[in-house]
Each structure stands twice: as structure tokens, then as C-alpha cells.
Write a protein that binds this ligand. Structure first.
Ligand SMILES: *Cc1c(COP(=O)(O)O)cnc(C)c1O
Length: 331
């Protein structure tokens, strides 16, 4: 909807990360534009501002009609993703994007309520770009009983356009100056979300506490096992990471996952394949090795169980099993 509102379509390109859930790039392709990937920062797993700047400086040309790729596509926006509940480096991303006059659209699907520092103080995910969006898919920190989502913006013209596009481009009733779609939030989902919303802060806080328990119990396994970073702990406290996922890194990822599976501990791999490696994006022409950090993350990442109801005992079971795995493997 945001891309539609901004009139982004065929002949246009939107920059984003190759290490995210598919829909971040899928929606770019679905409006007819071309996703262009920018590699991630290995610590935060989010779009690297350094790689973004490098791309804009080395691979783009400034023309009278705006910034273009070497093959003439107009670069229209950048979509950083606040992956796993941690904000991307927005301080730097906003600075780079502003220099090139590039709108920033924040994918806050995994980071509702997460905070990060900006030039103007601490902000919530989705609150510093031109627009931000969240998902209320049942697995998210704030989940509906089915599908739902939200866009936030402080641009009133964009907000008005989104309201019209949400409802088949209809304004006023039965008059259509543009083609929209059915992107309405179902009223039943809204009821569920309104009931759950007051608990979101406490649930995210509990996720953060669980993360600290994992951290304390697993710290001694470094460097065989690397823990998630919390770069905003000082500036934003426990809201600096809402731990939508608790993602560790290890070269023994697949063996560890199989081992945990064997004793009934579920884990998940977000994401086993970077987006430039997906079959449906083959025609974009990317090569294996083009985004080394995203590809390495896809091979090393493992998400441990995390949800507010997880008990201290269960956390102990998980960390105990991981210790046993590494002891048997290395000693
Ligand atoms: C869940 C998610 C989305 C949106 O997914 P929907 O299925 O459309 O709700 C977008 N980006 C990321 C990173 C996600 O995790």
C-alpha cells in the first residue's frame, strides 16, 4: 500500500535487505518495481548503512529526474527491516538516505514497540521514516487471531492516500480515481488486537528478561556460539530489543538443531535462504557470494524458543541441552 501510494511501479527500484521475511521484497516486485538488495551488518542482521552508501556512491548516477541505477531504473525508496525485534541502525540509515533524498520505509513487522536512538532522541520502530509498517500475524509480538497489519506515518497526504487505497481506491463512495485493493483491517481482528494491546509492553519486557536468562546461561560458549547484540541497551533500556526472536549464531547450526529436535526442543531457522538466492528472484541476476554476510547468516542462525510464557525451568532445559551438545562435540 505504501509503495502504491508513492506511485512506485515498473521502471522503479527499491532498496532493501536480502535477509528478511520474503514479503519485504515480494511487495516491491508485486507493484512491478525491482528489489535491489544491500548486504546486512552481521551483528544486527539489518541493512548495513555502509553498504547502502557504497551502493549509492558507486553503482548509481544522479540525473535531472533523480537517482538512477546504471541501467536506468529510478531509485525510489529504501526499506530497512528491524529484524528479530532489534532496530536497524537508523541513525546512519536516515543520514545516508537524507543525503540522497531517498524516502525510508521501515519494516517494523518484527519490532512493534522497539526503540532506537535517532538524531531527535529515542523513537519507536516505524516512527522515524516517511512511513513504517507492522504485521499482526499470529506469530508476531502482537498477534491477531488471523491476518492483520498496520501502517504508520506522520505525512498527512500519504495517510489520506493510504486510507483510500485500503478500500479499493474509493473516494467518495463508488467513485474511483485510482485503483486500490481490499487492505482493510477486519473488525474482528481489531477487537482481538485492542484487547491484547495493553499487555504488549509486559509481554515484550518478559521476552527481554528471558533473553537475559539465555544470555547469562550461554555466554561461556563464545566463540562457538554467538549471542544477539543489544546496541541500544544504554540509550533505550530493555525496549532497545523486544526479542521477537532470540537468534544465536554457530557454525554447528544444523547439528545443534537436529540434536535439540531429538530431545523435543523446537527451534527455527530465520531464514535458510537469503532473498537473492530464491528461485523467484533468479531473474534479478544476482550471483552466489554477492551478499556474503546475508549468506553466512542464513547458514549460521538459529532461533531458540522465546515467548512470554516460557518458564525458567524450560529455559534451563534448553540451555542445558545446548551445553551438553557443545561439550560432547568439543571436549
Ligand atoms: C511478518 C513479516 C512481514 C509481514 O507479513 P504479513 O504476512 O504480510 O503479515 C513483513 N516483514 C517481515 C520482516 C515480517 O516478519
Amino acid at each position: 500500500m505504501i509503495l502504491m501510494s508513492l506511485g512506485i511501479g515498473p521502471g522503479d527500484a527499491v532498496l532493501t535487505t536480502p535477509f528478511t521475511f520474503f514479503s519485504t521484497a515480494g511487495c516491491i516486485a508485486r507493484v512491478g518495481a525491482t528489489p535491489i538488495f544491500i548486504d546486512i551488518d552481521p551483528d544486527s542482521f539489518a541493512l548495513s548503512p555502509a553498504r547502502l552508501e557504497e551502493f549509492l556512491v558507486k553503482r548509481c548516477v544522479s540525473t535531472s529526474t533523480g537517482l538512477k541505477t546504471n541501467d536506468g531504473k529510478r531509485i525510489c525508496a529504501v526499506i530497512p527491516v528491524h529484524l528479530f525485534g532489534l532496530g536497524a541502525d537508523m541513525l546512519s540509515i536516515i543520514e545516508v538516505a537524507a543525503h540522497w533524498n531517498l524516502p525510508v520505509i521501515e519494516d517494523a513487522a518484527q519490532a512493534i514497540g522497539a526503540r532506537y536512538p535517532t538524531r531527535d532522541g529515542v523513537r519507536s520502530a516505524g516512527g522515524v521514516g516517511l512511513a513504517g509498517f507492522s504485521s499482526f500475524y499470529p506469530t508476531k509480538n502482537l498477534g491477531a487471531f488471523g491476518d492483520a497489519g498496520m501502517v504508520v506515518t506522520n505525512d498527512s497526504a500519504l495517510a489520506q492516500s493510504l486510507r483510500v487505497i485500503r478500500n479499493h481506491g474509493m473516494a467518495p463512495k463508488y467513485f474511483h480515481r485510482q485503483i486500490g485493493g481490499n487492505f482493510r483491517l477486519d473488525a474482528l481482528q481489531a477487537v482481538v488486537l485492542l484487547k491484547k494491546l495493553p499487555h504488549l509492553g509486559a509481554w515484550s519486557q518478559r521476552r527481554w528478561e528471558i533473553a537475559q536468562e539465555y544470555r547469562a546461561a550461554l555466554a561461556d560458549l563464545s566463540p562457538d556460539l554467538l549471542l544477539p547484540v543489544e546496541p541500544y541497551l544504554e540509550s533505550c533500556g530493555s525496549a532497545g530489543h523486544i526479542f521477537h526472536q532470540f537468534v544465536i549464531r554457530t557454525k554447528h547450526r544444523d547439528a545443534l538443531r537436529a540434536n535439540l529436535q531429538g530431545i523435543g526442543i523446537g527451534t527455527e531457522i530465520y531464514y535458510p535462504l537469503a532473498l537473492h538466492q530464491q528461485d523467484c528472484f533468479r531473474d534479478l541476476g544476482y550471483r552466489e557470494g554477492e551478499f556474503p554476510e546475508a549468506e553466512r547468516a542464513a547458514k549460521e542462525c538459529l532461533a531458540l524458543p522465546i515467548f512470554p510464557e516460557l518458564t525458567r525451568e524450560e529455559i534451563g532445559l534448553v540451555t542445558g541441552a545446548i551445553h551438553t551438545f557443545f561439550e560432547n562435540k568439543h571436549v
